[in-house]
Design a protein around this ligand. Structure first.
Ligand code: ZN
Ligand code: ZN
Length: 621
């Protein structure tokens, strides 16, 4: 019987005059294979194995698999050899468990490799039960014990279906058979437990492993990052370093995710240091992760440094830098990056265009934005998608071209989503266009019935126009639907810790000093001409009361704390969970001027850089 291992090279090529690498598609293989195999069936009963294996491994469907099977029967006795195993696995992978099992049961000799072929065929389809059934049969019907290859297949199937109990059973079996030292098997178990949120089990597995390799550490850090337990992820990284394992690029990318989740800038700098030390800073994937992280944490200046050091930035790196400029409100710089990228022969994709159009929008570059939108499909072959339309609607709306924006929505070839309607809604609020705003709000309510932000925005629009009755009606609807307003929250990093503030917050240990500082600063900026913008308050309360509430907004408390603790010369970086309110925005501008400080606020939409009394958003956000 023919097994690949025992074939001589002449047999592999005999009697056909084509080699597998010359054949492009599975259809092509199949055609050549079947014609020649049938043709030669009488004179040369042995079809070359290379052709058979190619045909099987690139088999596109069950019907092809059956045809190949027929050829095999004509030219071979498939029954106990390598080809039989291959066919079984092929049937299983194509999803035809019945064919796979039928053929398998016909095979007179079935060894461990055969059973593994069957199980590994079921595994990618997530057929947990079939895998377990086969495992049971091999152990108890024929008395063959599985090896690590068998168990890895079963565990992968369990992982893809979240079948933790079944996976635990395999874990136990691996322990019993003494296979738990196999790193790949342990990693597949880590993957299973991690995906299902069993972090304790993951940690115990790692700890008991005699040989901890970089892959398991990677997995563990990534799992913690994905499950939002960033601190544990960081802990793993430290343990890994202590165990003398050097991080690979995958570890570092997971770790950057941890930093992003923790929003700790100092930590990011630490990780960046490790990256440089481990010689990973020239790796484009890693460097792109670092520059992206710095941009997200407000340090666009660091991002640029990392970008400049890249010798051959790829599309993802260029796009990440462009995105950084876009979210920070540096439209002109974003356009320059784009032009440089194209000049260097790097092809932009739809993500690049989303950031480019968003940059134009955030910086009021109407002419440029329109131009890029018009040529993106023709010149760069990127068809406008929903995101691109929503950027364009935002761009036109921001510039007060509400009619143009509305026309564009009507011309869209696809159904506009909440992003598109949300963009024009923002413009309606900005320009006080109540009539259109009402119409758009209805669309948004239909698309996102439980998103309280749309109701709040409409209510604010009415309040700003002095239409108190309409405003309170909207609030009544909100109440009826049980929609709560998300409380505003601001965060600032100091000494590796995140300090959190809500409106009127007095829970901070330094609360007394913070309020004193805030009062002092507000006094100073009032003298310099700052006037509270009370229209941004939802309720129709007395002016003085409004001012009180507004002056204790979380952003202002965070700024006051920043002024107290962050060294002069360093920017005060704050994150806000919602959009920054107009009053805090105005106050931040004045504070940046009077206190000679750079204040960077990341709100739910973008970054605001306040320096010398102006913001990079140009007062539109
Ligand atoms: Zn505010
Ligand atoms: Zn701004």
């Amino acid at each position: 019987m023919i097994r690949l291992r025992s074939c001589s090279s002449s047999l592999l090529n005999f009697p056909f005059h084509f080699r597998t690498h010359q054949i492009q598609s599975p259809q092509c293989i199949y055609k050549l294979f079947t014609q020649k195999a049938f043709h030669n069936a009488h004179s040369n009963p042995q079809t070359p194995l290379s052709a058979l294996i190619s045909a099987i491994s690139s088999c596109p469907s069950v019907s092809y698999c059956r045809a190949i099977h027929a050829c095999v029967i004509k030219s071979y006795s498939y029954s106990d050899g390598f080809i039989g195993d291959q066919l079984v696995s092929c049937y299983a992978k194509m999803g035809s468990a019945e064919d796979a099992l039928n053929l398998f049961d016909e095979m007179p000799k079935r060894d461990l490799v055969s059973w593994n072929s069957l199980i590994s065929g079921f595994s990618p389809r997530g057929y947990v039960e079939k895998c377990l059934n086969a495992l049971f049969r091999m152990r108890f019907e024929v008395g063959i014990e599985p090896n690590e290859v068998t168990l890895i297949s079963v565990v992968s199937a369990c992982a893809s279906r979240g079948a933790v109990d079944e996976g635990m059973h395999i874990h136990g079996l691996a322990l019993k058979l003494g296979l738990l030292w196999e790193p790949k098997l342990v990693n597949s178990l880590i993957n299973l437990y991690g995906k299902s949120g069993y972090l304790d089990a993951v940690c115990r597995l790692i700890e008991t492993m005699p040989m901890q390799n970089v892959v398991s550490w990677n997995l563990m850090i990534a799992i913690h990052a994905q499950n939002g337990s960033a601190a544990e992820g960081l802990n793993c990284f430290n343990l890994m370093r202590r165990a003398g394992v050097y991080p690979a690029d995958g570890t570092v990318v997971s770790l950057l995710q941890v930093c992003e989740n923790l929003e700790l800038g100092k930590l990011a700098e630490g990780v960046h240091g490790v990256i440089i030390k481990c010689g990973l800073s020239a790796n484009v994937r890693v460097a792109t992760g670092v520059l992206d992280l710095y941009a997200k944490l407000g340090r666009l200046d660091y991002s640029l440094e990392v970008f400049k050091e890249l010798i051959n930035p790829d599309k993802v790196a260029w796009t990440a830098m462009l995105a950084g400029y876009a979210t920070h409100g540096y439209g002109q710089e974003a356009v320059e990056i784009f032009e440089n990228m194209v000049r260097k022969g790097v092809q932009p994709d739809h993500v690049t265009f989303t950031h480019l159009l968003s940059a134009c929008s955030h910086s009021g570059l109407v002419k440029e934005g329109r131009n890029y939108f018009n040529i993106m499909s023709e010149v760069y072959g990127v068809e406008p998608r929903l995101d691109h339309y929503s950027c364009m609607v935002d761009l036109l709306g921001r510039s007060g071209l509400l009619n143009d924006a509305y026309e564009l929505i009507k011309q869209m070839p696809m159904e506009p989503n909440s992003g598109v309607w949300g963009a024009i809604f923002g413009a309606c609020r900005m320009y006080g266009n109540i009539e259109l705003g009402k119409e758009v709000a209805e669309r948004l309510f239909a698309l996102e019935p439980s998103d309280s932000r749309n109701y709040i925005m409409l209510s604010n629009m009415y309040s700003a126009a002095g239409l108190w009755r309409d405003a309170s009606q909207v609030r009544a609807v909100m109440k009826e639907k049980g929609l709560a307003r998300t409380p505003g929250c601001s965060f600032i990093e100091y000494r590796n810790e995140i300090h959190r503030f809500v409106v009127g917050d007095q829970s901070h240990p330094e609360s007394v000093r913070i309020y004193a500082k805030l009062e002092e600063v507000i006094g100073k900026i009032r003298k310099a001409g700052f006037v509270s913008q009370t229209e941004f308050i939802l309720h129709d309360v007395e002016e003085a009361v409004k001012e009180d509430m507004i002056s204790e907004h979380s952003e202002k408390l965070a700024i006051a704390f920043g002024l107290l603790v962050i060294n002069a010369g360093m920017p005060i970086i704050i994150t806000k969970n919602l959009r920054i309110c107009g009053d805090c925005h105005g106050a931040a501008k004045f504070i940046s001027l009077i206190e000679k400080r750079t204040i960077i606020i990341r709100d739910s939409k973008r970054f605001h850089h306040f320096t010398n009394g102006v913001c990079t958003c140009g007062d539109y956000w």
